[in-house]
Ligand binder design. Structure first.
Ligand code: FAD
Ligand code: SF4
Length: 358
């Protein structure tokens, strides 16, 4: 059995109190929300904070507030998001993304803030301490070589958050609070394309809330590729959002690829191609090809890179067709069973994704 290392534990009641403790303790402290990612990593000694500052007693972080759009506290659980009808109807990509994170039990504990800050993943790093020691560790922690790309001097661990691509497509901002002040930035600015230093968040900052614009008349969607439909991290995801006029011409658009790089990839070239045009089959095909060219995954998750790269084109096609109003239920069902066709397992052993949101 893997045991947690020793740590000091604080359970502040207010955001200000938490920010003060974080400033006081310095970078050896870590915030803990649901703990669904952090605690397994501490058991594997991938993270060894001396102090944990729990956020789950801070009521302010658990609020969903109305405004011009919506303000979601970082402590809102993913189950709270799935249960919220406003999100299901008006911010569908986020609702679909949250619905597909892990399992219901994990979503009851896992928070939005934790999901946005969740650690990057890599086959060579998500292992026990002894396993990592046997390969002399790697650049992400304690080592000098990247085993996924040995000639590279950076870490390519994969951004594996489901909610970030969806929220970036929806134009969300995040408010970061520290003892010394606060700032609000577009969500995409929170991420850095570096698997080891994947957040631009400063060590003393707490992600306090996510601010969603009103997005009246926008439609959005989230598509997730994963090995097991019942519970798995994304190995490729597509989030798309757009606003069309009454004649069907696209006026604004955002398309984001997740889980193929160390940060979510905002495809501005695809958006530029869509804007000013109607979503014809030809346009969708061209947009999907363009987006597919941005997908350059490395061989460091549990599925082959060539397959993840190849799946980008059909997944973008399906996402855009769904936003056009096509019925894509069959494609969603087929995607939930993709793992079997990839690994040539017999049909009877396929996992189906009963919760796969339409
Ligand atoms: C079996 C399993 C399956 C999973 N499947 C998925 C999946 O499909 N998709 C997916 O996205 N994730 C998945 N996860 C990872 C994880 O459960 C989720 O990402 C979850 O949302 C993390 O939230 P949390 O509140 O538990 O974060 P925690 O574990 O508490 O924290 C995660 C990280 O975020 C930091 N953090 C937390 N809150 C804040 C804040 N407010 N401000 C700044 N930093 C903060 C912590 O310091 C830590 O570094 C899975 C985990 C498991 C164990
Ligand atoms: S991508 Fe390379 S450096 Fe990063 S965790 Fe994997 S092996 Fe380590």
């Amino acid at each position: 059995m893997m045991r947690l290392p020793d740590f000091r534990y604080y359970a502040p009641q207010t955001l200000q109190e938490a920010a003060n403790i974080l400033a006081d303790q310095g970078p050896t402290a870590s915030l803990i929300a649901g703990g669904t990612d952090l605690l397994p990593k501490m058991k594997r000694r991938q993270q060894e904070p001396e102090t944990l500052i729990a956020l789950n007693n801070i009521r302010q972080l658990k609020e969903i507030g109305n405004g011009p759009g919506l303000r979601l506290g970082a402590g809102v659980t993913l189950s709270d998001i799935v249960a919220d009808q406003r999100l299901e109807e008006d911010h569908r990509a986020l609702w679909q993304a949250a619905s597909q994170v892990a399992t219901p039990q994990l979503r009851n504990t896992a928070t939005l803030g934790g999901n946005l800050c969740v650690d990057t993943r890599c086959t060579y790093h998500d292992q026990s301490f002894e396993w990592r020691k046997a390969i002399d560790f790697c650049i992400k922690q304690d080592g000098e070589t990247c085993w996924a790309a040995p000639t590279s001097d950076r870490c390519w661990a994969v951004s594996s958050t489901d909610s970030a691509p969806a929220l970036i497509a929806l134009g969300a901002e995040v408010r970061l609070v520290a003892a010394s002040g606060e700032r609000t930035v577009p969500l995409e600015a929170l991420y850095r394309d570096d698997g080891a230093l994947y957040l631009t968040r400063q060590p003393e900052e707490i992600l306090a809330e996510v601010i969603l614009p009103s997005n009246a008349k926008w439609r959005s969607t989230y598509w997730k590729l994963r090995r097991r439909g019942a519970c798995d991290f994304p190995i490729l995801s597509v989030a798309a959002a757009l606003r069309s006029d009454a004649g069907g011409t696209v006026r604004e658009a955002r398309l984001v690829l997740g889980a193929i790089s160390s940060s979510p990839v905002l495809c501005n070239d695809v958006a530029a191609l869509l804007i000013g045009n109607r979503l014809s089959d030809d346009l969708i095909e061209e947009a999907a090809r363009l987006a597919g060219a941005s997908a350059r995954p490395k061989e460091n998750t549990d599925a082959p890179a060539y397959w993840r790269r190849r799946m980008a084109v059909p997944m973008v096609t399906w996402a855009l067709k769904e936003l056009r109003g096509d019925d894509m239920c069959d494609e969603r069902r087929r995607l939930a069973g993709q793992a079997a066709s990839m690994s040539h397992e017999p049909q009877s052993s396929q996992t189906t994704n009963e919760e796969n949101p339409k």
